[in-house]
Design a protein around this ligand. Structure first.
Ligand code: XUL
Ligand code: CO
Length: 438
């Protein structure tokens, strides 16, 4: 059965195409900087936004019209699997991602949940074999069910902690069965509302213990996915422990987890933390921690995670700039953790939104590659820091300099170098020039 009967396969037609159901920039086989766009971008569909969510918000119920909604329970879960593969095929998306509760109903017990998952995972596995589609990552949802009101890995309730561990264990088994490239932890309720009732140290230690158990179990069952943590500073919890890239990296280092984990960075989470997305990517990149991306964007006028499809070419250019400088995302990819607006309730909107997001990232890739090829920023940065390549600057970098040797140098330095302009306006204008020209 076709779930999206009004839409056919989306093809590349070029930037002058007027067909809304065509890619204008995403040309999967086009080679950019030595690899095809498909290889660079490794696009993924988020099961929860595309198949499971219905457009509800705190003030209103679902609005989305979805043909699988005529079913219930396991029948609906099975219909969604068929719809997922139809969507991936028509959109030419090579990967997908899901939480355990996106694919299968929880039922009334953990045992029933496990058994529902097994049934659906078998179907997904068959779909993957026939279609060649791959699982970029899976994860356990440890934030929706009311049992997780105090957290999962950071809960005050040991029985809830055990339940969370049981979900992670199953998630790793599912990941292995489906050959997932990565396994993600996003700690939506791993944080606190008030310190007055919180044992901050125990909560963070316990979270680290859960991550170590996951690493050990993956090893035990021979699941060789890359582990990822997805930082977010707040929402739903007031203060979340994996606040941003820098905080998460130091957490991983403190608990001796940094060898096993990288980061899954999300654009709207970066902005909630008061950072640009490229800031988060740069911090991860220079620490060897850039794992995968959740592509979306927030709204300048709203203070929460709006998860809009990414449409800003400046942002996508600077994002891909970091990805190219990182020599790619390895096992990671670019997952559209993005939802159509509540008013865009028709199934066609899912296609139009993904086309827009994929084109935005494809265009960003091309501009970023050209900026790197022409060394637009590299040459400027090299020159800006040239004083650390020779003389006293080289002594600082090599570790030879001491406070005493620097003071001695400063006291005798009769002609200190003059500061030079940072030329920010010029560099931003060059960025404009490249975006408009490419
Ligand atoms: C929530 C969010 C999650 C994670 C996976 O803000 O981004 O969907 O990506 O749990
Ligand atoms: Co996300």
């Amino acid at each position: 059965m076709a779930y999206f009967e009004n839409v056919g396969k989306i093809a590349y037609e070029g930037s002058r195409s007027t067909n809304p159901y065509a890619f204008k920039f995403y040309n999967p086989q086009e080679v950019v900087a030595g690899k095809t766009m498909e290889e660079h971008l490794r696009f993924a569909m988020a099961y929860w936004h595309t198949l499971t969510a219905g457009g509800s918000d705190p003030f209103g119920t679902d609005t989305a019209v979805r043909s699988w909604d005529k079913y219930d329970g396991m029948d609906k879960a099975k219909a969604r699997v068929e719809a997922a593969f139809e969507f991936l095929d028509k959109m030419n998306l090579p990967f997908f991602c899901f939480h355990d509760i996106d694919i299968a109903p929880e039922g009334s017990s953990l045992r029933e949940f496990y058994s529902n998952i097994d049934t659906i995972v078998d179907l997904i596995s068959q779909g993957m074999k026939t279609s060649g589609k791959k699982l970029l990552w899976n994860t356990a949802n440890m934030f929706t069910n009311p049992r997780f009101m105090h957290g999962a890995g950071s809960t005050c309730n040991a029985d809830v902690y055990a339940h969370a561990a049981a979900q992670v264990k199953k998630g790793l088994e599912v990941g292995k069965q489906l050959g997932a490239e990565n396994y993600v932890f996003w700690g939506g309720r791993e944080g606190y509302e008030t310190l007055l009732n919180t044992d901050l140290k125990l909560e963070m230690d316990n979270m680290a213990r859960l991550f170590h158990m996951a690493v050990d179990y993956a090893k035990e069952i021979g699941f060789d996915a890359q582990f990822l943590i997805e930082p977010k500073p707040k929402e739903p919890t007031k203060h979340q422990y994996d606040f941003d890239a820098a905080t998460t990296i130091s957490f991983l280092q403190k608990y001796d987890l940094d060898k096993h984990f990288k980061l899954n960075l999300e654009a709207n989470h970066a902005t909630l933390a008061g950072h640009t997305f490229e800031h988060e990517l740069r911090v991860a990149r220079i620490n060897g921690m850039l794992g995968s991306l959740d592509a979306n964007q927030g709204d300048m006028l709203l203070g929460w995670d709006t998860d809009e499809f990414p449409l800003n070419i400046y942002d996508s250019t600077l994002t891909l700039y970091e990805v190219l400088k990182n020599d790619g995302l390895g096992k990671g990819g670019i997952n559209f953790d993005a939802k159509v607006r509540r008013q865009s309730f028709e199934p066609e909107d899912l296609f139009l939104a993904h086309i827009a997001g994929m084109d935005t990232y494809a265009k960003g890739l091309k501009v970023a590659a050209k900026l790197i090829e022409d060394r637009v920023f590299d040459d400027f940065i090299d020159k800006r820091y040239a004083s650390f390549k020779e003389g006293i600057g080289a002594d600082v970098v090599s570790g030879k300099a001491t406070l005493a040797s620097l003071a001695e140098y400063a006291l005798n330095n009769e002609n200190p170098r003059r500061n030079e302009s940072s030329r920010q306006e010029l560099l931003k204008a060059k960025l404009n020039q490249y975006i408009l020209a490419e």
